[in-house]
Design a protein around this ligand. Structure first.
Ligand SMILES: [Zn+2]
Length: 274
């Protein structure tokens, strides 16, 4: 069963996914879904025999996170009984791709997980998937079918930002705005249904929006020695700022593992992060 419909020719990402109980590790909570990517299964036995890869339909679905285009979710009768139709297939609306991460599946192979969150009705206007020219609009209407990143400002993240004087712990920038300095509280181990990270100060970084996004997407991480790593890490290497508020290595390690970031400080022989 083709779970993800979409190709890399589409610049906006995948069009739809089918949830039909194909993977035991899928989680269906109704308006939030952890969806497993495709690939690595033996075509005959359907058993997982290899790591999945960030390519083809998986890459198309990950692209939705950058473009903000939602995917259509279709549930099949084989899925979670609480949220699936009793027979056949049902279109269940638009979901945004909020997170993509790796973890080990039941069979011990690296699996891609997509966190999907249902759009509220008012955000879920019909998407135009045709070949409209990307021209601007004289009277811009509210852009339908795309999404924005929502950064929640809690008392705890405010405390972390204050401790750091709104200076990004990665790049040391402090953004000044007419209404005061701006930074974001970034959870290292994400809260919520799958990761279940705690809302404690050791699990929060004070980051600028750029570094926050790069960290969430796994382009930046922190080694066990506190050095920035990942494809967006600066040269020469830079240590993160921790003199104002310390963060916990165990959450940073979890972040490295879920984004398959190799820790150069690790002494484990042959540890390559894959
Ligand atoms: Zn920064």
């Amino acid at each position: 069963m083709a779970g993800i419909w979409g190709t890399l020719k589409s610049k906006s990402g995948a069009v739809s996914i089918v949830l039909s109980g194909g993977y035991e590790d899928d989680i269906d909570d109704g308006d939030e879904i952890i969806y497993t990517g495709k690939g690595g299964q033996d075509p005959k036995t359907k058993k997982q025999v290899a790591d999945q890869e960030m390519k083809e339909q998986n890459e198309a679905l990950a692209r939705n996170m950058n473009t903000g285009y939602p995917v259509r979710v279709i549930r099949g009768y084989q899925g979670d009984s609480k949220h699936s139709p009793s027979s056949g297939y049902r279109y269940d609306g638009l979901f945004r791709v909020e997170d993509v991460f790796w973890n080990k599946g039941i069979a011990g192979f690296q699996m891609l997980r997509f966190k999907l969150v249902q759009l509220a009705d008012q955000d879920a206007g019909e998407t135009k998937s045709g070949s409209e020219a990307p021209s601007g609009q004289k009277k811009p209407k509210r852009k339908k079918g795309s999404t924005v990143r929502i950064i929640r400002d809690t008392a705890l993240s405010r405390w972390v930002k204050k401790q750091n004087d709104y200076i990004c712990q990665f790049c040391e920038e402090r953004l000044e705005t007419p209404t005061g300095p701006y930074a974001e509280g970034a959870h290292i181990k994400q809260l919520g249904m799958h990761h279940k990270g705690p809302d404690v100060k050791e699990n929060i970084l004070c980051l600028c929006p750029n570094c926050h996004l790069l960290f969430d997407r796994g382009a930046l991480g922190v080694s066990s020695e506190g050095v920035l790593i990942g494809q967006a890490a600066p040269e020469p290497q830079r240590f993160i700022l921790t003199d104002r508020h310390s963060v916990s290595e165990k959450y940073l390690k979890y972040h490295r593992e879920t984004h398959r970031l190799h820790d150069p400080s690790s002494t484990t022989p042959g540890a390559r992060g894959n």
